[in-house]
Write a protein that binds this ligand. Sequence first.
Ligand SMILES: NC(=O)c1ccc[n+]([C@@H]2O[C@H](COP(=O)([O-])OP(=O)(O)OC[C@H]3O[C@@H](n4cnc5c(N)ncnc54)[C@H](O)[C@@H]3O)[C@@H](O)[C@H]2O)c1
Length: 270
Amino acid sequence: MIDLGLNGKRAVISGAGYIPGRAGHGRQSALRLAEAGAAVACIDIDPERGEAIAAEITAAGGKAFPIVADMTDRGQVDKALDHATDLLGGIDVCVDIIGRALWERSVDSTDDSWVWTIENNLTHVYYLYRAAAQRMIEQGTGGSMVAIASVDGTAAARFHAAYGAAKAGVISLTKTFADELGRHGIRVNAVAPGNVGSGNEDQPEGVYAVDAINPLAAPRGRDIGNAVLFLSSDLAARITGHTLVVDGGATIRSIWDITDENVSRFRRDH
Ligand SMILES: NC(=O)c1ccc[n+]([C@@H]2O[C@H](COP(=O)([O-])OP(=O)(O)OC[C@H]3O[C@@H](n4cnc5c(N)ncnc54)[C@H](O)[C@@H]3O)[C@@H](O)[C@H]2O)c1
C-alpha cells in the first residue's frame, strides 16, 4: 500500500460543490481527498451545493463539513478559514477551484468584464493563498496549497483574454507563494486543465486520438481530482511552484502538419 500521507489531514476546498453540466473539479477533488483519509471543509457560495458534497463524503464513510461563503470577498474568505480551522482543528491542505471565462472578442470587451474576470479567477486565489498561509505558518506543521489554473494561462486565450491573463496570474502567484513559503514547509502548486468541458465522464474508455485537439483523449473531472490529490499528497513532497498540465496532450501538439499519411514527404535518406 502506498501511503499518500493524507490520513487524518485537514483539507479546505474553495468551490467544492457540483453544478450539473460543469466539470465538477471541486466535487472530484473533495471526494479524492476524503477517500485518502482527509477531513474536508467544503466551502461554497451555494448552501445546497456545499451540503450535497459534504453529505456525499459522509455517506461514503468520510468526514466533511459544509461552509457557506463568497470566496471573492476577502472578509468572507478570512471568516470561512477561521470557521474551517475551528471545525477541523487546523488546515493542512487548501484547494482553490473557483473560476469562469467570459467569451468575447478582445476589441469588444468591456472594463466590467475585465474586472469581473480578474476578481473571479485571480484575486480570490491571492486572498485564499494568503489566508491559508497565515494559518499554516501559525500552526507550524507545513502544508500544501493547490489552485486550478488553465492551459489558457500558458498560451493565447483567444476570445477570453482576461481569463487567460488571470490564469497566467494564478501560475505566477503559485510560484511566488511557493518561493516565500518553502521555508515553512508549505508547498504551493497549480493544476492546469485542458478542455474538461462538462466533465467528459461519458467518454468511452480506451479510445484515443478521437479529435484534432487531444493526442490521447480529453481529460475528465476525475483526472483533475487525481492531479489535485497527487499535489496535495506526500508523493509530491519535493514539488512546489509547479503547474501540472492535465490536458490529454493538447498543448504538446506540434505546429507542423505532419501526419501518418504525409510523413513520407519529409523523410530524408542519411
Ligand atoms: N471545464 C473546463 O474545461 C476547464 C478548463 C480549464 C480550467 N477550468 C477551471 O476549472 C474551474 C471550475 O471548475 P468547475 O467548472 O468544476 O467549477 P464550477 O464553476 O462548477 O464551480 C464549482 C463550485 O464553486 C462554487 N462557487 C462559484 N463561485 C464561488 C464563490 N465566489 N465563492 C464560493 N463558491 C463559489 C459554485 O457554487 C460551485 O458549486 C475554474 O477555475 C475553471 O477556470 C475548467
